[in-house]
Design a protein around this ligand. Structure first.
Ligand SMILES: Nc1ncnc2c1ncn2[C@@H]1O[C@H](COP(=O)(O)OP(=O)(O)OP(=O)(O)O)[C@@H](O)[C@H]1O
Ligand SMILES: [Mg+2]
Length: 235
């Protein structure tokens, strides 16, 4: 059984129509799983379903073998989920360091070692630790957001479009850091617009279309699939 399984998830927002239809997403220890698909396909919705922010009326979410389907997002953080949402993922009027401290709010132990680890991963954040996060570049803000999630010492990291709006060079750098985090054994579930590049580093890939699994396989398999290439990867 994979470390995280969102199994046959069907549901939507409040009393609105279903957005997800029997959607299944998995990621195991040491893996990077990537969700790709067109705008509005339900990628963020699938992440929110896994994180407990959606009214999932059928399906099950398992974390480390435990059924967590009915837990609140807060309780899922306590269980080890770290989630970086697509938007509003940092406090712009707080300093970089305050953002990291806020990330650790659920911890009662000493957080200084984890903060050093985040600064080792993203040295620019150490340099800018006293600056308002809102003054940073797009790529640096994403580093703050990822760092903030790492401050809880999660057992699973979920990233919704970590490279949105950054240049190709910054994107490559962010992917390298994400691979580095993954090599520590932390499973990573990530939504990406840069589908080709993301699938290149993906152990597992999911193409979502209209809230349902359209294609899944290893990153390599999806990159080699003519249908996936033609419809989702620009040929
Ligand atoms: N808070 C919400 N309330 C109601 N409907 C929503 C909400 N958020 C998203 N939706 C709807 O759910 C569907 C899927 O949206 P979602 O944001 O999951 O897509 P996405 O694949 O993440 O798209 P993008 O690539 O633009 O980020 C869309 O039809 C959207 O309008
Ligand atoms: Mg989205």
């Amino acid at each position: 059984m994979s470390f995280l399984i969102g199994q046959n998830m069907t549901g939507g927002y409040g009393k609105g129509p279903d957005i997800l239809h029997d959607c299944t997403i998995e990621v195991d220890k040491g893996e990077i799983a990537v969700i790709v698909g067109p705008n509005g396909a339900g990628k963020s919705t699938a992440m929110k379903a896994v994180f407990g922010m959606l009214n999932v009326h059928s399906g099950t979410v398992f974390l480390d073998g435990e059924d967590i389907t009915h837990l609140t997002p807060q309780a899922r953080v306590q269980k080890g989920m770290g989630f970086v949402p697509q938007t509003h993922n940092i406090f712009t009027s707080m300093s970089v360091e305050e953002n990291l401290e806020m990330g650790a709010f659920i911890r009662k132990d000493d957080i200084s070692e984890t903060m050093e680890q985040v600064y080792e991963l993203f040295p620019i954040l150490k340099e800018k630790r006293n600056q308002h996060a809102g003054e940073l570049s797009g790529g640096q803000r994403q580093q703050v957001a990822v760092g903030r999630a790492l401050m809880t010492k999660p057992k699973l990291l979920m990233l919704d479009e970590p490279t949105a709006g950054v240049s190709p060079i910054v994107m490559d750098e962010l992917f390298d850091r994400i691979i580095e985090v993954s090599r520590t054994g932390l499973p990573i579930l990530m939504v990406e617009q840069n589908a080709k590049q993301a699938l290149e580093i993906a152990d597992k890939g999911y193409v979502l279309v209209q809230g349902a699994n359209a294609y899944s396989g290893s990153g390599k398999e999806l990159l080699a699939d003519p249908e996936v290439r033609k419809s989702f990867l620009g040929g």
